[in-house]
Ligand binder design. Structure first.
Ligand code: IPE
Ligand code: IPE
Ligand code: MG
Length: 260
């Protein structure tokens, strides 16, 4: 069945003060290793500290009424890191799911993981499925963790599914269009990210949501992920609220169609 992306509403999401608020925020949580190195600690200490910043960010998004938060936790390229660091990251992932799922559920958070999960240990795969199942009916915040995720992988797996539909004669090649393609991508049931944040100072996408970020507002901060907090997120939200999103139109067209 075709799962079409939810239509973009013409009315922007706003906070209590009337400022434009993103519906969906996507974050590359970068800088854990440097945070630890600055303190003469092993890189893994930075990853441990990063879990606290995730907790704070989820809580703040809940309090602000953000509808969707997508966090890049482990890229398909991060397997290239030293084995010890990779295994600590996997352990942290399991431990965090074990410790946080119940609280997320109580707070109405729907948790899901995107990426090629078949590469994870059985125990982690089972833990992910259990957390997703428990929280599947929640509606307050869509929290997505991208793990063993790559934007190129996402596009290729969607292409494979479309090709399968053609092979099964459900679709002809000429019928493939943007909507029919993107319904096979991760996050196709959510509005596209309005705001992308990367911490840690690098200004690159690093194979995150390549398709989905086509019209997302990009925000880069030098703050290292373990130091990310409400103040940094507020600065990003303020910056976002001041931007004009044109989607190919002219500034005048956008002004004419903006209510009030
Ligand atoms: C992000 O922090 C966490 C992961 C990629 C898993 P890094 O570990 O990349 O931190 P830096 O960039 O080396 O400081
Ligand atoms: C991107 O960070 C991936 C995650 C934060 C999970 P990296 O630290 O892996 O990115 P590069 O290697 O600097 O581009
Ligand atoms: Mg990094």
């Amino acid at each position: 069945m075709l799962r079409l992306r939810k239509a973009k509403s013409a009315v922007p999401n706003r906070d209590a003060a009337g400022d434009r608020l993103p519906r969906h925020i996507a974050i590359i949580m970068d800088g854990n290793g440097r945070w630890a190195q600055q303190r003469m600690l092993p890189r893994t200490a930075g990853h441990r500290a990063g879990v606290g910043a995730v907790r704070k960010t989820v809580e703040y998004c809940l309090s602000k009424g953000i509808q969707a938060l997508t966090l890049f936790a482990f890229s398909s390229e991060n397997w290239r890191r030293p084995a010890q660091e990779v295994s600590l990251l996997m352990e942290l992932f399991i431990a965090s799911l074990e410790q946080e799922t119940e609280k997320l559920h109580e707070n109405g958070v729907k948790l899901r993981v995107i990426g090629e999960r078949g590469a994870f240990a059985d125990k982690l795969q089972a833990r992910i499925s259990a957390s997703e199942e428990l929280t599947s009916q929640n509606r307050r915040l869509d929290l997505t963790i991208a793990a063993n995720y790559g934007g190129r992988w996402d596009i290729v797996q969607a292409a494979r599914r479309v090709a399968q539909d053609v092979e099964n004669r459900l679709l002809s090649a000429s019928e493939i269009d943007t909507a029919r393609f993107e319904c096979h991508l991760a996050l196709s049931d959510l509005p596209e990210p309005d705001l992308f944040i990367r911490t840690g100072g690098e200004r690159r996408i690093s194979n995150f949501l390549l398709w989905q970020l086509a019209y997302t507002e990009l925000y880069f901060t030098p703050v290292l992920w373990p130091d990310f907090d409400e103040t940094v997120l507020d600065a990003a939200l303020e910056d976002y609220a001041g931007r004009q999103r044109r989607f190919g139109c002219t500034g005048e067209q956008v002004e004419d169609s903006t209510p009030g």
